[in-house]
Design a protein around this ligand. Structure first.
Ligand code: THU
Length: 135
């Protein structure tokens, strides 16, 4: 099998930002009017996306990262190598704390995140994380 190229260069970030912006159209955010789109590169080269899906019971809202993780599993699983999420203007957005935990569970060891402060590792955005190894 040919080796999958999961090198995360500038082209990958552009592609992921485009995919995240495309995902915005699937957002269901009538309550906050704050659509979020997310996209990630998987360790087999796939790109998965997600958008926030809100609920009249506000706390039941699914963040864009939740639907991204669902898409990850429903399209074959794997581990996340690169991630970005964007706001309704298409600008890079910081994933919320809960979603950093969500991403941590499904990260490849080398997961990188494009953030408002530039490219960061999982450890930088969620230091001393609690994970499966703590159970
Ligand atoms: N939101 C996400 O989808 N992901 C984040 O990481 C930050 C927040 C959504 C949840 C809610 O639908 C809206 O943004 C406003 O909080």
């Amino acid at each position: 099998m040919p080796e999958t190229n999961t090198t995360v260069d500038e082209r990958v970030w552009e592609r992921l930002q485009d995919a995240a912006r495309g995902a915005l159209q699937h957002s269901y955010s009538p309550y906050s009017r704050f659509p979020v789109g997310a996209a990630a590169l998987v360790d087999d080269g796939r790109v998965v996306t997600g958008a926030n899906i809100e609920n009249a019971s506000y706390g039941v809202t699914l963040c864009a990262e939740c639907s991204l993780v669902s898409a990850l599993f429903m399209s074959g699983g794997g581990k996340l190598v690169a991630f970005v999420c964007v706001d309704g203007q298409g600008e890079v957005l910081m994933p919320c704390g809960r979603c950093r935990q969500l991403l941590y569970e499904h990260r490849a060891p080398q997961l990188q995140l494009l953030t408002v402060s530039g490219v960061r590792s999982m450890d930088q955005v969620l230091p001393d994380a609690f994970g499966p190894e703590n159970l």
